[in-house]
Design a binder for this molecule. Structure first.
Ligand code: BG6
Length: 375
């Protein structure tokens, strides 16, 4: 696994390995016919999970963006309050956590110093900890009460891609598991969600077939030095990670923002020199998603009036969006809370092709390391 397998860089190889990583992460943990999610490595009893009052999520970089998406998944499916923290800020917040809570530490490497320190602080305050890691027996995995491994395979490129989508899949599985244990999600609901989870790898494969469109888009935008990425609700973490991918690989100033917040400042920057990347997908079965979609369309009209070039991530078949945005990359339909796993793929491809166009060392960006093991 640790060679490039015919790809020019590890990053593009790992982007294309996402269907396999999702398959290996999801399939062994679900049974479609009886609608059951099995997470045997959580090692926290059902009664403890039923008594749970709150969940904290702590991570760094791309892993924290997975945690942000997980916050929406768990709060929506289980009605449990979830806080998400930067691992590097956790100690300064004097986190008011204790027994009866779980702290989920998300880390691809399982060795990040900030995240290790945060995990130790949470344990010292009496919180149970669950590690989501891509490296078996890593430090953070070993020190956790329970471990949920992503099975994305070795991730060599410094910019995290396949581990990220696998982390979000694990967080969704954990939300289903909590809903199952706490009686919030009935068997039919779980079966429907399990079916949608099992369909994800195929949907990512469909998106990967549009890689050439992302490359053509990169050819039009790679000289730009500023980008504004936007998303609402569970899509905001994806805007954040899309922007981080561009920062990490191309050294371009790219900022992720909640779309609704753009009127409080950022739109002052928007003109023909500031491309806007907006996530404007829609789950037609989710009234909240439809409402947010209408707001996104209105935002895009405003950005266009300000002269911006707009790149949109939309739901397959959305001709209104195609007619409105300058460039649209489509993802297949999926439930609102699973769309983030699909939406990040075109943004990963876009960042990769921009970096290649800029002639940069895509897999080893300057100043960065794969795991920051020193504070
Ligand atoms: C950074 C990596 O150093 O650490 C990012 O470049 C990563 O890709 C972040 O998201 C956190 O690393 P980990 O291993 O704790 O997920």
């Amino acid at each position: 696994m640790a060679d490039k397998g015919g790809f020019p860089h590890f990053m593009i190889k790992e982007i294309f390995e996402q269907p396999e990583g999702l398959r290996k992460t999801i399939a062994p943990r679900v049974s479609l016919e009886d609608g059951v999610v099995r997470l045997d490595t959580v090692h926290i009893s059902a009664e403890e999970l039923r008594a749970l009052r709150r969940i904290n999520i702590v991570a760094s970089g791309t892993s924290r963006h997975a945690g942000m998406a997980g916050q929406y998944m768990i709060q929506e499916l289980v009605n449990l309050p979830v806080d998400v923290d930067y691992a590097s800020e956790f100690e300064y917040r004097n986190p008011l956590i204790g027994p009866g809570e779980i702290t989920i530490v998300i880390t691809q490497s399982g060795e990040t110093a900030d995240t290790t320190a945060a995990q130790r602080e949470a344990k010292a305050k009496g919180s149970r900890t669950i590690a989501i890691s891509n490296v078996v027996d890593s430090t953070i995995a070993r020190e956790a009460d329970g471990v949920l491994y992503t099975h994305a395979g070795p991730e060599i490129s410094i910019a995290s891609t396949k581990a990220f989508t696998a982390q979000m899949a694990v967080l969704f599985l954990f939300a289903l598991y909590l809903g199952q244990v706490r009686g919030k999600l009935g068997k039919e609901q779980r079966k429907q969600y399990i079916r949608e989870l099992l369909d994800l790898p195929g949907k990512v494969e469909t998106i990967l077939q549009s890689a050439a469109d992302c490359e053509q888009m990169a050819a039009k935008f790679y000289k730009n030095d500023d980008f504004l990425y936007m998303g609402r609700a569970a899509h905001y973490p994806i805007a954040m990670d899309g922007a981080l991918k561009l920062k990490e690989t191309s050294y371009i100033h790219a900022e992720g923002y909640p779309t609704g917040e753009s009127k409080h400042g950022p739109i002052a920057m928007i003109d023909e020199n500031l491309p806007v990347v907006i996530i404007a997908t829609c789950d037609r079965n989710d009234p909240g998603s439809v409402l947010r979609y209408e707001k996104n369309i209105s935002n895009i009209r405003g950005f266009k009036q300000q002269g911006a070039r707009v790149i949109a991530i939309g739901t397959a078949g959305d001709e209104q969006l195609r007619g409105l945005a300058d460039h649209t990359i489509f993802v297949p339909e999926a439930p609102e809370l699973l769309l983030p796993i699909l939406e990040i793929v075109p943004l990963q491809l876009f960042a990769y092709y921009v970096a290649v166009r800029r002639g940069l060392d895509v897999d080893r960006p300057r100043n960065l390391v794969k795991s920051v093991t020193l504070e």
